[in-house]
Ligand binder design. Structure first.
Ligand code: NAD
Length: 512
């Protein structure tokens, strides 16, 4: 047999294996949707159908369905994860979508757990925002949020009647933006129905989990001409805004490389009952890849104008063995043995390398298991200098140009020089909001994020992140897992802008 024939057979085999593994993952993700409300009988029925390979091509919507196990078992129809899909007729791009300015922005909030319970504090402290609706399946959380709103003189409608009560919220008239802060398996459907009901959808991280879901939010945003923005608070940290400003002002020269991560020892949290640990741990059983890419990637993509002048092209990904979560389970036996027998497959450390269309490289890591200090790395290199975070360090090719004491790029700037650079390049948004943001979560960046994104809606301008960013930053979850599964083979990254990245102008955030 010729080499050519051998190769094409190998490719076909790889493709087949990819489809099988991806299908298995999709089924599992959707099964998770039913965790809280499905009976064991439902589960067995689903599993049996999946095992028999029953499929109903063409009958799907792409979001994980949360009510019908049969639907869930068969709905993954992804043919090629990497394919950039054509814009269907009748849809228009939203990368420059502007809307009618409004005086007050009315927000409905779905999910009042750890995250939603904190987001509402920020929303209630933004002068031009009114919280007009809140929803959670837990009545105690709704009651608690309502109390906070009433203390600020606001009277949101409340929804807590089952896991589809949010469908009534999105139909409520006096809402401009729906905040989605529920578990991941609900994000896609909640965003889609919010946009279809004429609202902008602002969704927590990760925006969605699967490639199909990425395309679903992109298509819906384009169809409805509503924004779907990702609530990536890490884009609004002081250091991230500082680096963004320096990048825009040319301090880094020609950008070549970035590094980022989500490194956070979450072992104990992953077993806290009644928190995100309850559902987030499930993903460690079905996916071996980067389960939380957007905190690291968001800021880096903004530095590099990814999606607006450059675009991600392909990635390769590699995982370490899974060890730490299994060991934690064995050693601690959390919640009196309730989780005994659970099997995890997600490697403790996942490392991916992304190549961009302009040839630049991005390294991204995910590790929520190893005993080590928190880090998002947050590093950027160019011909003019390099920044690394945790702690913040800057080296410059020509420190003299900025009137600094440093003589060369061979050492990090000393504190006084770094302070001089901060005085010059701290971002205007940070300077404007730092006082008000002081008491907000994650060092104030949560407030800056909500203020800024909702201010875009108030002004009617395009938010800093559109649906294309939400989809791109989130798609790394499934694509990294695919590359890991395929022995770290390169995986092409779909272009959710469908070629528009070549002409879209970079963000206006610096001059806003
Ligand atoms: N940006 C950040 O810094 C940050 C931090 C933590 C969490 N998050 C993200 O926020 C989201 C929520 O995480 P969390 O930590 O708050 O989780 P959580 O489990 O604490 O809260 C989720 C809430 O959603 C509610 N819920 C579940 N299904 C629902 C439904 N069908 N309808 C209405 N409510 C429903 C739950 O009862 C719960 O109160 C996730 O996407 C997570 O990744 C982001």
């Amino acid at each position: 047999m010729s080499l050519k024939k051998n190769l094409s057979f190998a490719h076909r085999l790889t493709y087949l294996l990819q489809q099988l593994s991806s299908k298995n993952f999709h089924q599992q993700h959707q099964l998770m949707s039913n965790q809280h409300n499905n009976s064991r009988r439902d589960f067995l029925k689903t599993a049996a159908l999946a095992g028999l390979g029953i499929g109903f091509a063409g009958m799907t919507s792409a979001c994980a369905s949360n009510s019908d196990p049969v639907f869930n078992a068969v709905q993954s129809q992804t043919k090629d994860l990497s394919l950039t899909r054509r814009r269907p007729k009748g849809q228009k791009p939203v990368h420059s979508l502007t809307t009618t300015p409004i005086e007050k922005v009315r927000v409905g909030l779905i999910g009042l757990g750890q995250r939603g319970g904190s987001l509402i504090n920020d929303l209630l402290n933004i002068p031009f925002v009114e919280v007009t609706a809140i929803c959670d399946i837990r009545e105690d959380r709704v009651a608690n949020a309502l109390k906070k709103a009433e203390a600020k003189g606001q009277k949101p409608m409340t929804y807590s009647d089952g896991d589809r009560a949010w469908e009534k919220l999105v139909q409520q008239d006096n809402i401009d933006v729906v905040y989605v802060a529920s578990p991941w398996n609900w994000h896609c459907e909640m965003c889609v129905k919010s946009m279809e009901a004429g609202k902008h959808a602002f969704v927590e991280v990760a925006a969605v989990v699967t490639i199909d879901e990425c395309w679903k939010i992109v298509d819906t945003s384009e169809k409805t001409q509503r924004h779907c923005s990702i609530l990536e608070n890490c884009c609004y940290g002081r250091n991230e805004l500082f680096v963004l400003n320096m990048a825009r002002e040319g301090v880094f020269g020609e950008l070549t490389h970035a590094e980022c991560a989500y490194i956070h020892d979450l072992r104990s949290m992953l077993f806290y009952l009644g928190t995100e640990g309850d559902w987030r741990r499930e993903y460690h059983k079905v996916l071996d890849g980067n389960l939380y890419p957007t905190h690291g990637l968001g800021p880096v993509c903004q530095y590099m104008d990814i999606g607006r002048g450059d675009q991600m092209k392909y990635l390769v990904s590699m995982s370490s063995p899974e060890a730490g979560l299994s060991k934690w389970l064995k050693d601690k036996n959390p919640n009196d043995g309730r989780h005994a027998g659970e099997k995890y497959i997600c490697g403790d450390m996942n490392t991916s390398l992304i190549k961009t269309e302009l040839g630049r490289s991005i390294m991204i890591q995910h590790d929520v298991i190893s005993p080590r200090p928190y880090s998002r790395i947050n590093a950027l290199s160019g011909t003019g200098g390099t920044f690394f975070d945790y702690p913040a360090r800057l080296a410059l090719d020509d420190p003299k140009k900025y009137g600094l004491n440093a003589k060369s790029s061979h050492g990090w700037l000393k504190d006084d020089d770094l302070e001089t650079m901060r005085q010059k390049y701290d971002h205007p948004l940070y300077k404007q909001l730092q006082e008000r943001a002081k008491t907000s979560g994650h060092g104030g960046m949560d407030y800056v994020m909500s203020y800024r994104l909702l201010d875009c809606i108030r002004q009617g301008i395009t938010p800093d992140t559109t649906v294309y960013d939400a989809a791109l930053w989130s798609c790394i979850i499934e694509l990294s897992a695919k590359s890991v599964k395929d022995g770290s083979m390169p995986v092409a990254i779909p272009d959710f802008t469908r070629g528009d990245w070549k002409t879209i102008k970079p963000l206006g955030i610096v001059t806003a």
